[in-house]
Ligand binder design. Structure first.
Ligand SMILES: CCCCCCCC/C=C\CCCCCCCC(=O)NCC(=O)O
Ligand SMILES: [Zn+2]
Ligand SMILES: [Zn+2]
Length: 533
């Protein structure tokens, strides 16, 4: 049976029919060649990137036996649980549970006797509530590094918890529950446990390092990490080799195309802007109200903001790099997609926008976090205020976000005031020549054996902002594991860490302390710095 195409009908002269038929055939061939060439380019690019990264990153590190003893992991879990019982809450910059911080200082002192009596370790209280430890190395002349975590936690909503948030409860010898378990007392205790074990083994770190525990990270870090940074500066510390602070946990089952866990190391972090919106009305009797109240005007403005999120910036910032690093480790289909975001960007963007945690990678996020208005049920409100917290994608600036907000609100009755802002952080080195990044990556892979380690932009904020002047090597990573279902526990209900993952956290910091010493043996960090170290 011959197929009859429309241009082959009898009404059209035979010559034209032949010409048209040949033209269509030619077009079909050209289209097929185009598709074939496109697939070839996409796949070839994926192979090229894979090859480059394989060459750059080399093989998985050897399995190490030099780890923290597992036999005492329950004992360590109980010490963390003890710290979780102490409610070191930050409500606002000038409102904290100050007494609890003193209790925590004493608790740490009692719980880690070797650290607190060791001649090579100096502990200082900075600005009353923060802690700075200096661990003096045996070899002078090396640039020190800094490990950071924070002592404060965010407030809780007791009702939503299965176990009391400040009860230090360990469920079935498996999960340690409590506010701060992952953010960030797991980090504080993880670092101290690692150091305690290191010193107990009789190991003296070769190079000097600092441990900085700020007390107000959750409300800016101005009184904690900023003061620690000032103190270091006053002591003549001009340079730090690297800073390692809280960041992404290792995520399981979150990246399409691989069943392996992915460890994203924050090599930058999003900017932030906290904007207060306010409307002033005329108070009066609620029995003859105006057509629009201050609360109504503000609520409408906020609804406009929520319905008009900032545009996707996916592919315009350093996040593109993250997918290229994942590409070599995923199935062929995703390898091609992740290596060619210039082509598949829209498809990926669509997928990422579907969940809050992945949406945060794509755009500047808008969170309405506070709303106040009204004084009494029968008074027309004199004013209403709200606070909106933006986390700014690296391809945008604070000014752009504020201009966008003003345009969307488009109502002169709504006043905008920037309460706090900061641009996104510069991207830290993360290639094959960055020995500091590679040291962090190796330490991760020594503990999380299956993990794919990739650079990423951290979507939240950390105390690293206060150390930006000391080094370009700032890394944000939390050595624990989360699944998608665990993500709401951050600043939410039922925060917890498993005993096993806490043990991995201790081991990770232990490896960092050992591996950082190996860097100086290889002669990487010998440069002059402050004499008193
Ligand atoms: C392809 C993308 C995969 C995304 C997988 C991401 C998994 C990460 C899981 C959780 C990240 C949550 C980070 C929360 C950080 C907390 C630090 C903090 O509270 N800082 C203060 C602040 O930002 O206000
Ligand atoms: Zn934190
Ligand atoms: Zn937090």
């Amino acid at each position: 049976m011959t197929v009859m195409f429309p241009w082959m009908r009898r009404g059209i002269p035979r010559r034209c029919r032949c010409l048209l038929h040949s033209a269509v055939q030619l077009l079909c061939c050209a289209f097929a060649v185009f598709i074939f060439a496109l697939l070839f380019i996409l796949f070839f690019r994926a192979i090229l990137i894979q090859h480059r990264l394989d060459v750059e990153l080399g093989a998985r590190p050897e399995e190490t036996k030099d780890l923290v003893d597992e036999a005492r992991s329950m004992e360590r879990a109980e010490r963390l649980a003890g710290a979780l019982k102490i409610p070191t809450i930050s409500y606002k910059t000038d409102q904290q549970e100050t007494q609890a911080f003193h209790t925590l200082h004493d608790y740490l002192q009692k719980s880690f006797p070797i650290i607190h009596s060791h001649p090579a370790v100096k502990r200082e209280i900075v600005n009353e509530l923060s802690l700075l430890y200096t661990v003096h190395g045996t070899k002078s002349g090396n640039i020190p590094y800094l490990l950071a975590s924070h002592l404060d936690v965010v407030p809780v909503n007791e009702k939503g918890w299965a176990h009391p948030p400040f009860g230090g409860f360990i469920a079935n010898n498996t999960y340690i529950y409590g506010r701060g378990a992952i953010d960030d007392k797991g980090g504080v205790l993880g670092i101290l446990e690692a150091l305690e074990y290191l010193l107990e083994q009789g190991y003296r770190p070769h190079r000097t390092f600092f441990i900085a525990f700020g007390h107000d990270e959750e409300v800016s870090g101005k009184r904690g990490a900023q003061e620690i940074a000032k103190l270091l500066q006053q002591r003549g510390i001009k340079e730090l080799d690297f800073v390692l602070d809280e960041g992404f946990p290792v995520s399981d089952e979150l990246i399409p195309g691989t069943s392996r866990p992915v460890a994203m190391v924050g090599v930058s972090e999003k900017g932030t802007a906290t904007v207060e919106l306010s409307v002033t009305g005329t108070p009066g009797h609620s029995s003859f109200p105006p057509a629009e109240s201050a609360i109504g005007i503000l609520a409408a403005a906020l609804a406009r903001l929520e319905h008009n999120p900032l545009p996707s910036m996916f592919g315009y910032g350093p996040e593109k790099n993250m997918f290229e690093y994942i590409a070599p480790h995923v199935s062929s289909f995703y390898k091609t997609v992740y290596s060619n975001l210039w082509f598949f960007g829209k498809m990926m963007e669509y997928k990422m926008e579907s969940q809050p945690i992945t949406n945060a990678f794509v755009r500047t996020t808008t969170a309405i976090t506070l709303f106040h208005g009204g004084v009494k049920e029968n008074i027309v409100p004199p004013s209403a205020t709200a606070v909106v917290n933006f986390r700014i994608h690296p391809a945008q600036t604070v000014n752009e976000v504020v201009d966008y907000t003003r345009n969307i609100i488009a109502d002169p009755r709504v006043q905008l005031k920037i309460k706090r802002s900061r641009e996104s952080h510069p991207v830290s080195p993360h290639g094959p020549h960055s020995v500091q990044y590679q040291m962090v990556s190796t330490s991760i892979r020594q503990i999380f054996r299956q993990a794919i380690v990739v650079p990423a932009v951290f979507i939240a904020n950390t105390d690293t902002r206060w150390y930006l002047n000391f080094t370009t090597n700032l890394y944000r990573f939390l050595p624990t594991m989360v699944k998608l279902s665990d993500v709401p526990r951050y600043h939410g209900n039922n925060e917890r860490i498993s005993v096993e993952h806490f043990h991995q956290a201790v081991n990770f910091y232990y490896r960092v302390m050992k591996n950082a010493d190996l860097l100086i043996l290889n002669g990487h960090t010998t440069r002059p710095f402050a004499a008193e170290l």
